[in-house]
Design a binder for this molecule. Structure first.
Ligand code: NAD
Ligand code: ZN
Length: 1634
C-alpha cells in the first residue's frame, strides 16, 4: 500500500495539477484498485504516465453523472496531458452519454455504442472508461471486452454498489428478456478508481443499496469490520452529508484535510473492496470461495425476481441476509444476538430487513407484496444458476464475520421454507417413552428486559470487570451502551459471539460526551439516563443534551426532572415542557446534590428506579420520599433495590414510601447472569406439562423478583405437574398426556401475562372442577397488544373448545385431547407474540396440530422460539403459507368472515337525514360486520334519549358524552369488526375530529355520506325523534359550516342522491335506494380491500373513453352498448368542463370550484349506478392534448385527490411534479402515470433514440403503478419500434401502456398489451386522434394472426331449438371476434366430445341436459361453485404458465339466477320494491340438477330459509341432506301447499314442461315477491301465470338463459359481453319460435 504525495506543479500556463493522496488495494497480483477523494486529476495522470498510451480515450457515462462530473473530466484530461506530455498533441477524448437505469444494460445499447465507436473510427489502441454505477460498468466492460476482440478498460465506479461490488472481479454483461446478466464476459479492468467524493451526490436510497453489500461482506468475513460498521453508521452517513455541503472544496484530497468521518467512510468501503478483491484473486472464475459473497443473495435474488424494479438489489439482499442468517440460526450456528445485530446494522443504514418492512410496503403496495409467497420464492430459488442440481445452497454464518464453510452449504428445502414462511405449522409431538419422559430438556429463555437494563447501568457505574450473560438485546440496551460509552463511563466488549458482554466499570466517573445523546424511542434508557447524566463532573457551564425521536419527544418525563431540579440539578427543556430533549448544565464538583428528594411516583416506577440507581453517587446520602398518590408498579422498585444489593449497595426502606440510600460505590461481581424472562419461561414449562415430559429453566426460581416466576408453582402444580423449584431454578414434569387437571377458580393478577399459557393448557384439562378453569384478575389483558381475552376465546373455538369472555377474566371448558377439532385449525395471532406461543403449545398435542399464521410476531420477545420448539423441544414444525390463494372456497369464505373481525372498524359520518343508519345497516350485513349506531349506544349508556339529555343538561354535556362514547367504541369496545355510524354533529367537536383522524391514520376507513340537501331538508321536517339543531340557522348553513369539518375527518366520500337515478326531474325511481345500497357496499369493499375491482391485465384489456360533457347522454341504455368489450370506463373530467354550466367558468372563485367538483362527483356516481366496470379517472390538460387549463393546477389536484376519495379504481396523473403527491395518497386506487408527446419528436421508441422514453418511463414508474407513454406516429414503422419498446419494458407486475397517436399510429393500439384506450362507434367524438374500437382491434388482431379464431360448442340433447348459438355468435360479431359457436348434439358424453374439447382451436363449451354431471370426468378441475353444485354447464380452457392447456368446469346457471333476482330489486318499471333477501324465505320446485344451482344461488344471495318440493319426496330429502349446511333452515315438503307455511317471497321453478298445479296459498302472505322459472318453453309456465295474477315480479326462463350466457361469454373471451346484441339475438329467435 503506497500513498503518493500531493504534488502541484504547473506547466505552460495550464492550471496546476491537484493530485490526491490515495490508498491502493491489490487484486490479481497488482495494486490496481485506487481509493481516495477528488481523484479526477490523479486518474488521468496515472493513465497517461503508467498505462500504455492510446490514440483514443472513450469515456462512457450516464446523464445523471454527465451533468455532475463530465466537465471536470474533460478539463482534467487536457490539464493532465499538458503536464505529463508537454507540447505533444493530445489524443482524442470521445464521450458517449446514455440514459440512466437498468434498461440501458441491453444488447441494443451495446450495439449502439459499438456502431458509434466504429463510426468514430476507433481502433485497437482505444482505451474505454466507464464512469458510473454498476449498469455503466457492466455494459461498458462488455463493450470493451469484445470491441476489436478486446481493448483495455478502466472502471470509475460512482455508486457505492459499484465501488464495493460490481466494479471488482471483472464480470461484465447485459440483460436479456430471459433474465439479468445472462450474456457477458470476464474482462478485468486495468484500473479501478474509487473516488469517494462523488458519493455525496448519490441519492440516499442508492447509498443504502450499496451499504447492503458492504454489511454483507463484513458479515461473512470480518468480525472486527462488522463491529466498526455497526458502531459507525452515523459517521459514515455524516461523511456523505458533509460531502454534500462541501462538494466544491477539495476536503479529503490529502490525508491532512480528511475529516474523521471521511476516513471512516474510506475505511469501510476499502475494507469491503479488499475482501472482494481477495476472494476474486483466489477464485477468479467463481468455483468455490467466491460463492461466499452470495450471502443473502439466494433468498434475496428470489425476492428481487418478484419485486424489481421497484425494490433495489441491495434492499432485497438486506432482507435475504437476515433470512439466511435465520436459516443459520435455525441450524444451530449463529446465535440470536448475531441475527439481531445483523438486522439492526442493516436498518441503521436505511435498509429494510423483512418483506413486510414499511419501506417495501411503500414501494410496491400490498398487492405486489402478496405475490411474494414462500412457494414462489422456493421455485425461483430452484432455478438459480448457482445451484448444484436441485440442491439449494446458502452461505451459513457461524457467527458474525465467519461462515460455517469456505463455500455455500447445502440446505434442506424444508428448512428454508420454514424460515421464509409467514406462518408455521406445528404438528403433534410423538408420545414419548417413559425413559425419554424423565430426561430433562434445559431451556434458557431470553433475558428479562427490566433486569438487563438495570444490570447494564449498575455494572457501568460499578468498579471492576463484570461479565454479563443472557443480556437481552433491545433498543434500550443498545442505546444505553452507546450513551454510557459516550460519557466515558466504562468500556464494553463482547465475548462468545456477543453472548457475553464484558463491562469494565468506571466507578461513576463520567465526562461530557462530544455530541448529543440520541436515545431514539428507548423509554427506559431515557428515564435512567436523565439522572445519570447529572453525575458528570465537568467544568462549570458545560452542557450535555439528551434527545430522542419524535415519538420520544412526546413521552413524559416531567416528574423526574422536577424532582431533580428541586434537588439542585440544572436541567432545562429544549422543546416541549415535560419531555425530551433536555439540556443538563454541569457545575464543577456539584453533580447530583442528593439529600432529601420528593418524587411523584404515580406515573412511572422508572422515575424511582432512575433516582435509586444513581443515588449512591450523590454528594449527600439520598432520602427519597414518594408522594402524589398510589405508587405504581412497586415490584419494579423492589427489583431495583434488590439488584443494587447484588452490586453491594443496601437501600433502607424507612416506611412504605420512604427510602434511605447511603453513599457507596457499586462493586461489580465477576459474572452476572441476567435472569430469563419469566413470562417467556412459561412456554417451555407448559410444553413439558402438556406433552408429559420434563423441562428445566435453570435461571429462574423462587427467589425471582418477576411475578410470572410463580407460574410453575401456582398454576402447573395444581394442574397435576411435578414441580421442583429451588431459589434459582425450576423443573417441571408433566403428568401422563391427557391428565392435566382443571383449576377451578384462579386469580392470576400477580402474573397476568401468563394467563394465555394457562388458558391453552386449560383447554385440554378435562378433569377435576368439572373441567372448568375460571381465570380472574386479568382485566388489563383486554387492552394489551390485542384484546387477548377475546383472542383466546376466538382462537380456542377453532379447536372446538368452549370459553366465556368476562370483564376481568376468561372461563375455559377443558376437553379431552382426542375431542379437539382434528382438522388443522389456522390460528390468528393478532400480531401478538403471546398468542402465538401459547397456541404453539396447544398445537403440540392437538390432533393434526395447528397452523400459526404469523410466525414472526414472536420476535418481540423471543425471536428464536420456533428454533427452540423445533430443535430443542422436538416438536415437528414446518413452514406454512396461510394466505396462499389455493385454499378451498369454503375456507376462503370462512377466512373472509373471521378476517373481517380483525380488520379495523369502518366509520360512517355525514349529515343527519342522509341515510347513514339505513345504509350502514345494509353495508354491515353485506360485509359481515357488527352494526353500531353511536347515538343508540349513547342513549343506552346514559339511560336517557338524546332529546332528554339535551333538554336536561344542554348541548355541551351531550357533546362531551358523545366524545367519550366515540373514543370508547373505536379504541376499546369495537376497534375492529364493526361498522360505526356517528351522529351528524360529531365533527363539530375538536376532540372527536382528533379521534377520527387518529383512527384514519391507523389505516381505518372513514366514509362521509354526502347528501342532496333538498332531500335531507325534506326528511328532517318529518323526523321528530331528534332535537333540532342547536343554532337556529337554516340547515344549509349548518351543512356549509360542517362541510370542511367532514372533509377533514374522512378518507372516502359517497354521494347519496336518488335523483341521480331518475331520467327526468319529476319521477322518483323506485329501485333507486337498492342501487344506492349496492354501490355503497361496493365502495366499502373497495376501501377495505375486500374487492378492488381491478382489470385483469394478463389478457388484452381496454378502457373506453367517454367524451360527452355529461354522462347522462349515455344513460340508461347506451352505456351498456358503449362498454361492450371494454374492461373499464374512462371518465375524462376535463371534457366535462364543456357542460353548459362551466363554459368560461372562473375557477379562481371558490364557489365555482366547489360546484364543479360536486358536479364531477355526481357524474362518477351515475357511472357507478349504471355500470359495474372500474373507472379510470382522468383530468387531461391542454398541453397533454386534453381540455383542462394548464394553470388550474390546484383544482386539478383537488379533483385527483377527490377521485381517490370517491373510490375510482384508477387515477390517471400526468408525470409532473404534482404526480408524486397523488401517488403517495392513492390508497387502494392505482395510479396511471401518463406522458403525452403531442409532437411525436421527443418520445421516440427506437433502440438508438429512446433515451428520453427511458427517462420518462423511469419517472412514470416512480410516481405510478402503471406507466402510460403516448407519442405520435410519424411513420407506420414507428409502431414496430413502439411494440419492441413495450416488449422490452412491460410486464404484468410493471405494466406499460405505450401508443402512437394519429392515423399512422393505429397499429400501436392493436399491439398494446393492456388497458388500451378505445372509442366506440356510437360516441360522437373519439378522445384522441387515431383511437379505434374494441371490435376493430379484435378484428385486426385476428386477421394479423395474433388471436386465432376459436370454436365453441353446445353439448346436450335435444338442443336443436337452443337460442345459444344465436346469442354467442351475435356476441362474437359485435366484438369483431372471428370465433364461432355451434351445436353438437350427442346422446352420450362420448369420444367425439372428448376429442373436441382437447382440440387446439377449442374455445369453450356450454353443457346442458343430460350431460351436466357426466362431463365432469373429462375435465381437469372444477370451480368451487361447480364443485358445490355438483354439475357443470360451462367448460373453459385455461392456458397455464408453461403453455399447457387445462379444462376447467364451471357453473353459470346459478350466476344467471343470482343476476336476475338481484335485478328485480332495482328494476325500473314496477312500483313496489321486492323484499330484501336476508329476511326472506324461498321455495324451490324440483330436485334435479337445475334445482341444485337454484339452491346455491339462493345461498349466494343471502337467503337463509328455503323449502324444497319435488314430486318424488325422497329426492327432495336427498337434496336437503346435501345442501342443508348452507342454510339456517332447509326442509323438504311432501305437498306444494305445505310450502305456504314458509311464506316464500322467492319461488324458483326448475322443472321443464311442468303441468303442476300451483296453489294460490303460496302467494297469500306476501304482497310482493318474485317467481322465476328456469323453463323457457313455453314462455308462460303455470308458476309464472299464477304469480302474474298476484302481481308478483316475474323472471322468465329466457332471461336466465341470457344472463348465464353472458357469464359464459365473459369467462371465455375475457371481454365484457355486448349484452344488447346478445339478448336481441335471442329474442329475435325466441319471439319467432315461441
Ligand atoms: N459485475 C458484477 O459483479 C455486478 C455485481 C453486482 C451488481 N452488478 C450490476 O450492477 C447494476 C446495479 O448497479 P448500481 O446499483 O450502481 O446501479 P446504477 O448504475 O443504475 O446506478 C444507480 C443510479 O445512481 C446514479 N448514480 C450513480 N452514481 C452516482 C453519483 N455518484 N451521483 C449521482 N448519481 C449517481 C445512476 O445514474 C443511477 O441512476 C446491476 O445491473 C447489477 O446487475 C454487477
Ligand atoms: Zn449483490
Amino acid at each position: 500500500m503506497a500513498a503518493s504525495t500531493a504534488i502541484s506543479s504547473s506547466a505552460g500556463g495550464v492550471r496546476p495539477l491537484k493530485l490526491a493522496e490515495v490508498e491502493r488495494i491489490e487484486i490479481l497480483g497488482s495494486e490496481s484498485i485506487v481509493c481516495g477523494f477528488h481523484l479526477v486529476d490523479y486518474i488521468w495522470t496515472d493513465i497517461f504516465t503508467n498505462l500504455s498510451p492510446a490514440s483514443t480515450y472513450v469515456l462512457i457515462t450516464d446523464t445523471n453523472l454527465a451533468k455532475l462530473y463530465l466537465d471536470k473530466y474533460q478539463d482534467a484530461f487536457q490539464v493532465a496531458w499538458a503536464h505529463s506530455r508537454p507540447g505533444k498533441p493530445a489524443p482524442r477524448l470521445l464521450v458517449h452519454v446514455l440514459s440512466p437505469g437498468e434498461t440501458s444494460k441491453s444488447r441494443a445499447t451495446k450495439s449502439a455504442i459499438e456502431d458509434w465507436m466504429l463510426a468514430e473510427k476507433c481502433t485497437r489502441d482505444t482505451m474505454v472508461l466507464a464512469l458510473g454505477g454498476g449498469v455503466i460498468g457492466d455494459l461498458v466492460g462488455y463493450v470493451a471486452s469484445t470491441f476489436m476482440r478486446g481493448v483495455p478498460f478502466i472502471q470509475i465506479p460512482t455508486s457505492l454498489l459499484a465501488m464495493s461490488d460490481s466494479s471488482i472481479g471483472g464480470k461484465t454483461g447485459v440483460d436479456t428478456p430471459a433474465g439479468k446478466n445472462l450474456i457477458g464476459t470476464f474482462w478485468q479492468p486495468k484500473r479501478i478508481f474509487m473516488d469517494m467524493s462523488v458519493l455525496s451526490t448519490l441519492p440516499a436510497r442508492e447509498f443504502s443499496n450499496g451499504m447492503a453489500e458492504v454489511v454483507k461482506t463484513a458479515a461473512i468475513w470480518s468480525p472486527e469490520e462488522f463491529d466498526v460498521l455497526e458502531a459507525s453508521a452515523d459517521e459514515v452517513r455524516a461523511a456523505v452529508l458533509e460531502g454534500q455541503r462541501r462538494q466544491a472544496e477539495d476536503t479529503g484530497m490529502t490525508l491532512a484535510s480528511r475529516s474523521p468521518a471521511q476516513k471512516m467512510l474510506l475505511r469501510v468501503i476499502a475494507a469491503s473492496a479488499r475482501v472482494k478483491a481477495y476472494v476474486v484473486s483466489h477464485d477468479e472464475r467463481e468455483s468455490g470461495m467466491r460463492g461466499l459473497l452470495n450471502f443473502g443473495h439466494t433468498i434475496g435474488h428470489a425476492i428481487e425476481a418478484i419485486l424489481s424494479p421497484q425494490v433495489l438489489h441491495g434492499e432485497c439482499v438486506a432482507i435475504g441476509c437476515v433470512l439466511e442468517a435465520e436459516v443459520s440460526r435455525r441450524m444451530g450456528h449463529i446465535g440470536e444476538v448475531g441475527v439481531a445485530r445483523l438486522s439492526r446494522c442493516l436498518r441503521a443504514y436505511g435498509l429494510p430487513t423483512t418483506i413486510n418492512d414499511p419501506i417495501i410496503r411503500k414501494l410496491v403496495g400490498d398487492r405486489r407484496l402478496a405475490e411474494v409467497r414462500p412457494r414462489r420464492l422456493m421455485d425461483i430459488m430452484g432455478l438459480d444458476k448457482k445451484n448444484v442440481g436441485a440442491q439449494k445452497r446458502i452461505v451459513i454464518l457461524k457467527k458474525l464475520g465467519q461462515t460455517l464453510e469456505m463455500k455455500p452449504t447445502d440446505v434442506a428445502d424444508s428448512l428454508i421454507e420454514e424460515v421464509i414462511s409467514a406462518g408455521v405449522l406445528v404438528k403433534p409431538v410423538a408420545e414419548s417413552t417413559d425413559d425419554a419422559r424423565l430426561q430433562s430438556v434445559v431451556v434458557i429463555p431470553p433475558g428479562s428486559k427490566s433486569i438487563s437494563n438495570r444490570a447494564l447501568q449498575l455494572a457501568a457505574l460499578g468498579v471492576g470487570e463484570c461479565r454479563i450473560k443472557n443480556l437481552l438485546h433491545s433498543d434500550d440496551t443498545q442505546v444505553m451502551l452507546a450513551a454510557l460509552q459516550a460519557m466515558d463511563g466504562c468500556s464494553f466488549s463482547w465475548e462468545d459471539d456477543g453472548d457475553t458482554l464484558v463491562v469494565v466499570g468506571g466507578g461513576g466517573r463520567l465526562s461530557v460526551p462530544d455530541h448529543e445523546l440520541f436515545l431514539g424511542n428507548a423509554g427506559t434508557a431515557a428515564r435512567f439516563l436523565t439522572t445519570t447524566v447529572n453525575l458528570i463532573d465537568a467544568a462549570d457551564g458545560e452542557t450535555t443534551v439528551l434527545t430522542g425521536n419524535a415519538r420520544m419527544k412526546q413521552r413524559p418525563t416531567g416528574p423526574l426532572v422536577d424532582a431533580l431540579r428541586i434537588n439542585g440539578c440544572s436541567i432545562e427543556y429544549c422543546e416541549r415542557e415535560g419531555s425530551l430533549p433536555l439540556r443538563i448544565t454541569h457545575s464543577e464538583g456539584k453533580g447530583f446534590p442528593g439529600g432529601r428528594i420528593q418524587l411523584a411516583a404515580s406515573v412511572s416506577s422508572q422515575y424511582v428506579s432512575s433516582i435509586l440507581l444513581c443515588a449512591p453517587y450523590a454528594q449527600e446520602p439520598v432520602h427519597l420520599e414518594l408522594v402524589g398518590g398510589k405508587v405504581i408498579s412497586q415490584p419494579y422498585i423492589d427489583m431495583t433495590i434488590a439488584m443494587m444489593a447484588q452490586f453491594g449497595c443496601q437501600v433502607q426502606r424507612l416506611s412504605e414510601n420512604e427510602y434511605l440510600i447511603p453513599r457507596c460505590v457499586y462493586t461489580n461481581p465477576a459474572e452476572y447472569v441476567v435472569e430469563s424472562d419469566a413470562s417467556s419461561a412459561t412456554y417451555p414449562l407448559a410444553f413439558a406439562a402438556i406433552t408429559g415430559t420434563e423441562c428445566t429453566v435453570p435461571n429462574i426460581g423462587s427467589a425471582s423478583l418477576q411475578g410470572d416466576a410463580r407460574f410453575a408453582v401456582d398454576v402447573l402444580r395444581p394442574m397435576g405437574c411435578l414441580v421442583d423449584q429451588t431459589a434459582t431454578s425450576t423443573t417441571v414434569r408433566g403428568p401422563a398426556r391427557g391428565a392435566l387437571r382443571a383449576l377451578g377458580d384462579i386469580d392470576m393478577e400477580p402474573m397476568t401475562d401468563a394467563f394465555l399459557t394457562a388458558a391453552a393448557l386449560a383447554a385440554v384439562a378435562p378433569t377435576d372442577n368439572d373441567g372448568v378453569t375460571r381465570i380472574r384478575g386479568i382485566a388489563n389483558q383486554h387492552v394489551k397488544e390485542c384484546d387477548r381475552i377475546a383472542a383466546m376465546c376466538d382462537e380456542l373455538a377453532k379447536f372446538g373448545v368452549k370459553t366465556e369472555n368476562h370483564a376481568d377474566g376468561i372461563d375455559v371448558y377443558g376437553k379431552p385431547i382426542v375431542e379437539l377439532v382434528s382438522a388443522t385449525p389456522s390460528v390468528h395471532c393478532y400480531d401478538d407474540h403471546r398468542v402465538a406461543m401459547s397456541f404453539s403449545i396447544l398445537a403440540c398435542v392437538a390432533p393434526g396440530g395447528a397452523e400459526i399464521r404469523e410466525r414472526r410476531c414472536v420476535g418481540k420477545t423471543w425471536p428464536q422460539w420456533w428454533d427452540v420448539l423445533g430443535r430443542d423441544l422436538g416438536a415437528p414444525i414446518a413452514g406454512a403459507d396461510p394466505d396462499a390463494a389455493n385454499g378451498s372456497a369454503a375456507e376462503t369464505a370462512a377466512a373472509a368472515q373471521t378476517g373481517a373481525s380483525c380488520e379495523k372498524s369502518i366509520v360512517v359520518i355525514g349529515m343527519r337525514g342522509v341515510g347513514k343508519t339505513s345504509l350502514g345497516r345494509v353495508a354491515a350485513q353485506g360485509l359481515g360486520l357488527e352494526f353500531i349506531d353511536l347515538d343508540e349506544h349513547l342513549e343506552k349508556d346514559a339511560g336517557k334519549t338524546i332529546p332528554e339529555i339535551v333538554n336536561g343538561s344542554g348541548w355541551a354535556a351531550f357533546r362531551q358524552h358523545e366524545s367519550r362514547i366515540l373514543a370508547q367504541v373505536l379504541t376499546q369496545t369495537h376497534p375492529t369488526g364493526a361498522l360505526v355510524v356517528c351522529g351528524g354533529g360529531v365533527v363539530e367537536e375538536e376532540a372527536n375530529r382528533d379521534v377520527l383522524k387518529q383512527y384514519m391514520a391507523s389505516g381505518a376507513t372513514v366514509v362521509c355520506l354526502k347528501p342532496n340537501m333538498q332531500h335531507v331538508a325534506a326528511y328532517l321536517n318529518r323526523d321528530k325523534t331528534r332535537p333540532a339543531y342547536a343554532i337556529t340557522s337554516d340547515i344549509n348553513d349548518v351543512y356549509a359550516r360542517r362541510l370542511p369539518l367532514y372533509a377533514e375527518c374522512c378518507n372516502y366520500e359517497y354521494l347519496v342522491d336518488k335523483a341521480l337515478l331518475s331520467m327526468t326531474d319529476e319521477d322518483e325511481h323506485p329501485g333507486a335506494w337498492a342501487v344506492i345500497e349496492r354501490d355503497f357496499v361496493r365502495l366499502l369493499r373497495f376501501a377495505t380491500g375486500a374487492d378492488l375491482n381491478r382489470v385483469d391485465i394478463e389478457h388484452p384489456s381496454f378502457f373506453v373513453s367517454l367524451t360527452a360533457p355529461d354522462v347522462r347522454e349515455y344513460l340508461p341504455n347506451k352505456l351498456g352498448q358503449l362498454t361492450a368489450g371494454a374492461h373499464a370506463i374512462e371518465l375524462r373530467a376535463d371534457l366535462l368542463l364543456h357542460a353548459a354550466d362551466f363554459v368560461d367558468a372562473d375557477f379562481s372563485d371558490q364557489g365555482t370550484e366547489d360546484a364543479f367538483v360536486h358536479y364531477v362527483h355526481r357524474q362518477l356516481t351515475m357511472l357507478r349506478h349504471f355500470s359495474r366496470l372500474p373507472v379510470v379517472f382522468t383530468v387531461r390538460t391542454i398541453p397533454q392534448g386534453g381540455a383542462f387549463p394548464a394553470d388550474a393546477n390546484s383544482l386539478r389536484l383537488r379533483l385527483l385527490h377527490s377521485a381517490v376519495q370517491w373510490g375510482a379504481e384508477y387515477v390517471d396523473v400526468e408525470v409532473d411534479n404534482a404526480a408524486a403527491a397523488v401517488y403517495a395518497a392513492r390508497r387502494n386506487s392505482l395510479v396511471i402515470a401518463s406522458y403525452h408527446d403531442t409532437t411525436g419528436k421527443k418520445l421516440r421508441w427506437g433502440a438508438a433514440e429512446c433515451e428520453f422514453a427511458n427517462e420518462i418511463l423511469a419517472r412514470a414508474r416512480s410516481c405510478g403503478d402503471i406507466a402510460k407513454l403516448i407519442s405520435v406516429a410519424n411513420s407506420w414503422e414507428d409502431n414496430l419500434d413502439c411494440m419492441r419498446f413495450v416488449q422490452h419494458n412491460h410486464s404484468v407486475s410493471a405494466p406499460l401502456i405505450a401508443l402512437n397517436m394519429g392515423y399512422a399510429g393505429q397499429l400501436s393500439r392493436v399491439l398494446c398489451p393492456c388497458l388500451t384506450p378505445v372509442t366506440h362507434p356510437i360516441l360522437t367524438a373519439a378522445a384522441a386522434p387515431g383511437q379505434i374500437s374494441v371490435a376493430q382491434i379484435n378484428q385486426a388482431r385476428a386477421l394479423a394472426g395474433l388471436m386465432p379464431p376459436k370454436k365453441y360448442f353446445l353439448f346436450g340433447t335435444p338442443i336443436s331449438q337452443s337460442p345459444s348459438p344465436a346469442m354467442h355468435n351475435a356476441g362474437f360479431v359485435a366484438l369483431g371476434l372471428l370465433s364461432t359457436y355451434a351445436l353438437k348434439q350427442t346422446a352420450a358424453v362420448d369420444d367425439q366430445i372428448a376429442a373436441t374439447i382437447r382440440a387446439n382451436d377449442f374455445g369453450g363449451a356450454s353443457v346442458t341436459i343430460p350431460h351436466k354431471q357426466a362431463i365432469i370426468p373429462l375435465l381437469d378441475s372444477l370451480t368451487p361453485a361447480a364443485q358445490r353444485i355438483g354439475a357443470v354447464n360451462t367448460i373453459i380452457p385455461i392456458e397455464t404458465a408453461d403453455g399447457q392447456r387445462t379444462l376447467l368446469g364451471d357453473n353459470t346457471d346459478y350466476l344467471g339466477i343470482v343476476d336476475c333476482l338481484r335485478q328485480t330489486r332495482v328494476d325500473f318499471d314496477q312500483g313496489v320494491a321486492v323484499p330484501d333477501f336476508a329476511s326472506s324465505s324461498a321455495l324451490v320446485i324440483g330436485a334435479g340438477g337445475t334445482s341444485r344451482a337454484a339452491l346455491y344461488a339462493l345461498y349466494t344471495l343471502g337467503i337463509r330459509t328455503v323449502v324444497v318440493f319435488n314430486r318424488t319426496f325422497s329426492r327432495a330429502e336427498d337434496l336437503v341432506g346435501e345442501f342443508g349446511s348452507l342454510f339456517d333452515s332447509l326442509t323438504a315438503v311432501p305437498e306444494l301447499e305445505d310450502a305456504a307455511k314458509a311464506q316464500p317471497s322467492y319461488i324458483i321453478g326448475t322443472i321443464p314442461g311442468s303441468d303442476l298445479l300451483i296453489p294460490e296459498s303460496l302467494f297469500a302472505a306476501q304482497p310482493m315477491g318474485v317467481a322465476l322459472d328456469m323453463a323457457y318453453k313455453p314462455r308462460w309456465t303455470p308458476l309464472l301465470e299464477a304469480a302474474q295474477k298476484r302481481r308478483w315480479k316475474i323472471v322468465h326462463g329466457v332471461q336466465v338463459l341470457i344472463a348465464q350466457g353472458i357469464h359464459q361469454f365473459e369467462k371465455w373471451t375475457h371481454l365484457t359481453a355486448p349484452v344488447a346484441e346478445m339478448s336481441n339475438a335471442v329474442f329475435t329467435k325466441y319471439n319467432k319460435e315461441f
